[in-house]
Ligand binder design. Structure first.
Ligand SMILES: N[C@@H](CCC(=O)N[C@@H](CS)C(=O)NCC(=O)O)C(=O)O
Length: 222
């Protein structure tokens, strides 16, 4: 069985969990993290799940980050690489139409998400939720809000012309981006309306893998 190390509250881990659900791949999840545990973020006084600092884990993933997978002895880290691997190996037709161009569009949007959406979202979660109020920086939060809006307008523009990011049907391109947008919509801040983006997000919320691994409120903002 595919083994996954990570935590269900990490957007990077969620990408892998949702992809496995889409692909129908059973998995065994070992809770692992240096920064969060059952009681939330360590900055709130709770203990982290750990595991990531053990020699055995570092031998698999020298970064000490999550997620990592082991599929029958094949070890892989970097969540988007894992999404691509699971899609290629277990569900090419479902996750990219078994088409090289649609696969490449998936890689494009996953790389874009890491580059343009993930950094401002990380800042917003830290500044609005996780840091002690006396350590927060309002101008960093506002700057991140603006950067997130700029990025999301790119998505909204594409989604006014097509229902999904790689075209007319759901694909792996929608997974990391959909998780980022879901988190954005949960944050307590001012958001300009983006109707095409919101309608796409609504479509994603009907998927079983999304409902199981992304929708639960306790996966976010803890
Ligand atoms: N680009 C890497 C990022 C890995 C990463 O930084 N993961 C975060 C969670 S999203 C992490 O390890 N956080 C610290 C922890 O929980 O120990 C990926 O996509 O896998």
């Amino acid at each position: 069985m595919l083994r996954i190390w990570g935590r269900p509250t990490s957007t990077c881990t969620m990408r892998v969990l949702w992809t496995c659900a889409e692909a129908g791949v059973p998995f065994d999840l070992t809770l692992a993290s240096a920064t969060m545990g059952a009681a939330g973020h360590v900055s709130r006084g709770g203990a982290a799940f750990g595991v990531v600092d053990t020699p055995a884990y570092r031998a698999m993933n020298p970064n000490g980050t999550i997620p990592t997978i082991d599929d029958g002895g094949f070890v892989l880290w970097e969540s988007n690489a894992i999404v691509g691997y699971v899609a290629q190996t277990y569900a090419p037709a479902h996750l990219f139409g078994a088409d090289a161009r649609r696969f490449a569009l998936g890689m494009q949007w996953m790389g874009w998400e890491n580059e343009h959406l993930e950094p401002p979202l990380h800042t917003l979660v830290m500044e609005l939720v996780r840091l002690d109020p006396d350590r927060r920086d309002a101008s960093a939060a506002e700057n991140a809000r603006q950067r997130a809006i700029d990025a999301l307008q790119v998505l909204d523009g594409v989604l006014t012309r097509q229902p999904y990011l790689a075209g007319d049907r759901f694909s792996m391109a929608d997974i990391p981006t959909g998780i980022g947008v879901h988190r954005w919509l949960l944050l307590d801040l001012e958001r300009p309306p983006m109707p095409a983006l919101e309608a796409w997000h609504e479509r994603l919320t009907t998927r079983r893998g999304f409902r199981e691994h992304v929708l639960p409120a306790d996966r976010h903002l803890g």
